[in-house]
Design a protein around this ligand. Structure first.
Ligand code: GRF
Length: 194
């Protein structure tokens, strides 16, 4: 099977990146690049262990144009055809978004269109969900557009919120659901590109 060359963008521990690595054999995608915005991230160690290329694109002191052009050069250099954001905390430059329209996805740890937007990441998402008295949460995979968490929704998984759940326990459960939902969704999307 011809696999679609994908890049994963991450800023943190990279457990979703790991789930994508673990699912890769017999899938329709092949991870050719991990891109991070800083050096000290767990995702880089995971890339090393898996024998994957990683690149750090630091943004401090660079203009938006510079960042966009360096990102485009990297993506072109690795022949990336599809981008998977997995805990990447920087906004993607508009020039890159438009280059990958319909070929760039993100995962958010709540049921969009609720509980998304700027500042809604990490523990604060789960805290807001619990404080709103929700009984169900779960991850959302969506296309990336020029704003935060507003692109078309592709897939969601439901995670019941039980009495006694707090932001940490909910975060753990949603993350586990992410690890199942994300690789299979990326696989399906890349299958339809082939
Ligand atoms: C996940 O909760 C994901 O929904 C969000 O960022 C987190 C990344 O976690 N976009 P990890 O680095 O993949 O463990």
């Amino acid at each position: 099977m011809n696999q679609v060359p994908i890049a994963v963008f991450a800023s943190g521990g990279g457990s979703n990146f790991q789930a994508l690595i673990d699912y890769e054999d017999n899938s329709s995608y092949h991870i050719v690049l991990l891109l991070t915005d800083r050096k000290q991230v767990g995702a880089i160690e995971r890339a090393e262990k898996a024998g994957k290329h990683s690149e750090v694109l630091e943004q401090k002191g660079k203009s938006d144009q510079e960042i966009a052009s360096q990102m485009k050069d990297l993506l072109e250099g690795y022949g990336v055809e599809f981008i998977v954001l997995a805990g990447y905390l920087r906004k993607i430059p508009p020039a890159v978004v438009s280059l990958y329209t319909g070929r760039m996805v993100n995962i958010h740890p709540a049921l969009l269109p609720s509980f998304g937007g700027k500042g809604m990441y990490g523990r604060s998402v789960h805290k807001a969900v619990i404080e709103a008295g929700e009984t169900i949460s779960g991850p959302t995979v969506h296309y990336v557009d020029e704003d935060y968490d507003t692109g078309e929704i592709i897939a969601q998984a439901l995670v019941p919120i039980l009495e006694g759940d707090d932001p940490d326990s909910l975060s753990d459960k949603v993350l586990q659901a992410e690890h199942k939902l994300y690789p299979s969704t990326v696989h399906q999307l890349c299958s339809s590109l082939q």
